[in-house]
Write a protein that binds this ligand. Structure first.
Ligand code: NAD
Ligand code: UGA
Length: 454
């Protein structure tokens, strides 16, 4: 019993997570469903033109698709046939009504809960994979358990993978978190989910890395974990401005701060600020929760993490403006990288998008290049004129006054920068907002170089 799995939502979370669950549980049938027909068709495409780019994902999907991993739009059938339902639908920031701009929009999630209740032909374990406000499981349980025949156990199992390293993070997670009720049925459900993560014959996550808590702690931990990570990025970016003003070097400062074992070296890289679908959304959600419980000072504290992040992107444009003789109108700027980080095509909340809009307000002729994010970027900026998209970075930089590097794609460090310099208008500027290029070599070539925090 409690064997077959369905995941509702075939996005950045549902697809990779279920592919790895299927690979590690060859004796379970795993079905990923979505209402988005185009997305499901891409997951099923013969040539593996999957809807998201993630290193290593295609290899895992090739091993299991059609064997014990299936993608389908028939949500009803999949829900009826399974024992464990993961819910991985989107929970974006609500843009209307009460809590607009901060609270989570739970309409997709609630529609899913109601569908499960409507279609179930037996009791099931329902697993929250989406990131949700604390106490959402109580609402889900209330909706599901209106059923007169069957009982449902609701568990919280937030996902901690990062895009770009999703497959590695799933194969070797620091921890898996399962929040469940402490009664007998709840504990049985938790054990069933632990079995999934243990994998066939214990081939996957070691038991000591599977942490169990009560449901509310699990829900809150996910928001808190993202808020802590986002806060570290804002903290180092707050120091970066001070470095620029004083002659200190933020990478040196970060290296030494991070050598303290109590702090650790990760998430101390100054840059254009954090992007991605979750940091901003989850911090805003935390702010909303704090406010709802009357914790206004805590709400203000977390709000500053977002303010600092927005400020970092405005500062990039201000520095370009100043460095380019206080006028950007009709100048060509080549933006290298549009994805919110390297190794993904995802552009949700990308700092590059915000900076691109500010530059277009200054009437810049913007030419954007990215190895994986051109399609998403084109869609994001469809409402503004004056943006050209180039697959080839050399073409993007031709006749430009400046190169503005926004994403730390490894390949940018290996470009022929002398060739780029020759093709640009002089004086030629490189603003490396990720501090990932060899600034000394660029200066030697003739470039004026700007960095963040230096
Ligand atoms: P996504 O938008 O890529 O995917 C969500 C999918 O759910 C979409 O394809 C959508 O069509 C589908 N969906 C919506 N309503 C549905 C319904 N009623 N029935 C069937 N399908 C439905 O989002 P994502 O990035 O995968 O994020 C999903 C959740 O996971 C969010 O709560 C997010 O906070 C959380 N999360 C995401 C990441 C990440 O790296 N992207 C990491 C950890 C947690
Ligand atoms: C983040 C978390 O790292 C995951 O644990 C979490 O599961 C996920 O959010 C989520 O809930 O969606 P992700 O947004 O995919 O993952 O990527 P990160 O590696 O965390 O990077 C986020 C942003 O911060 C990127 O724009 C990145 O460039 C930036 N960043 C990160 C920095 O500017 N400096 C750093 O030192 C680290």
């Amino acid at each position: 019993m409690n064997r077959d799995i369905v995941c509702i939502g075939a996005g950045y979370i549902g697809g990779p997570t279920m592919a790895v669950i299927a690979a590690k549980n060859p004796d379970r049938r795993v079905v990923v469903v979505d209402i988005d027909k185009k997305r499901i068709a891409a997951w099923n495409s013969k040539n593996y033109a999957l809807p998201i780019y993630e290193p290593g994902l295609v290899d895992v999907v090739k091993k299991v698709r059609g064997k014990n991993l299936f993608f389908s739009t028939d949500v009803r059938k999949a829900v009826r046939e399974c024992d464990i339902v993961f819910v991985g639908v989107n929970t974006p920031t609500k843009m209307f009504g009460r809590g607009a701009g901060r609270a989570s929009d739970l309409q997709y999630w609630e529609a899913t809960a109601r569908n499960i209740a409507k279609w179930a032909n037996r009791g099931k374990i329902v697993v929250e994979k989406s990131t949700l406000p604390v106490r959402t499981a109580a609402a889900m349980s209330a909706i599901l358990n209106t059923h007169d025949k069957f009982r449902f156990q609701v568990l919280s199992n937030p996902e901690f993978l990062a895009e770009g390293t999703a497959i590695r993070d799933l194969l070797e997670p620091d921890r898996v978190l399962i929040g469940g009720p402490s009664d007998e049925a709840g504990e049985e459900a938790v054990r069933a989910l632990i079995d999934v993560y243990a994998g066939k014959d214990g081939c996957w996550v070691p038991r000591e890395r599977i942490l169990t808590t009560n449901v509310w702690s699990a829900e809150l931990t996910k928001l808190a974990a993202n808020a802590f990570l986002a806060q570290r990025v804002s903290s180092i970016n707050a120091i970066a401005g001070l470095c620029e003003a004083t002659g200190a070097d933020v990478d040196e400062v970060a290296r030494v701060i991070g050598a303290d074992r109590r702090i650790g070296p990760r998430f101390l890289k100054a840059g254009p600020g954090f992007g991605g679908s979750c940091f901003k959304k989850d911090v805003l959600n935390l702010v909303y929760l704090c406010e709802s419980f009357g914790l206004h000072t805590a709400a203000e504290y977390w709000t500053q993490v977002i303010k600092m992040n927005d400020h970092q992107q405005e500062r990039i444009v201000s520095r370009l403006f100043k460095e380019m003789f206080n006028t950007l109108a009709n100048k060509k700027i080549a933006m290298f990288g549009f994805a919110f980080k390297a190794d993904t095509g995802d552009t949700r909340e990308t700092p590059a998008g915000y900076v691109a809009r500010l530059l277009c307000e200054e009437h810049v002729k913007l030419s954007v290049t990215d190895p994986k994010a051109i399609e998403n970027g084109r869609r994001d900026l469809a409402d503004i004129d004056g943006v050209a998209w180039e697959r080839d970075p050399y073409a993007a930089a031709k006749d430009a006054d400046a190169v503005l590097l926004m994403t730390d794609w490894a390949e940018y460090a290996t470009l022929d920068w002398e060739r780029i310099y020759r093709s640009m208008r002089k004086p030629a500027l490189v603003f490396d907002t990720r501090n990932c290029l060899d600034a000394a070599a660029l200066r030697k070539t003739g470039f004026k170089v700007l960095n963040v925090g230096k």
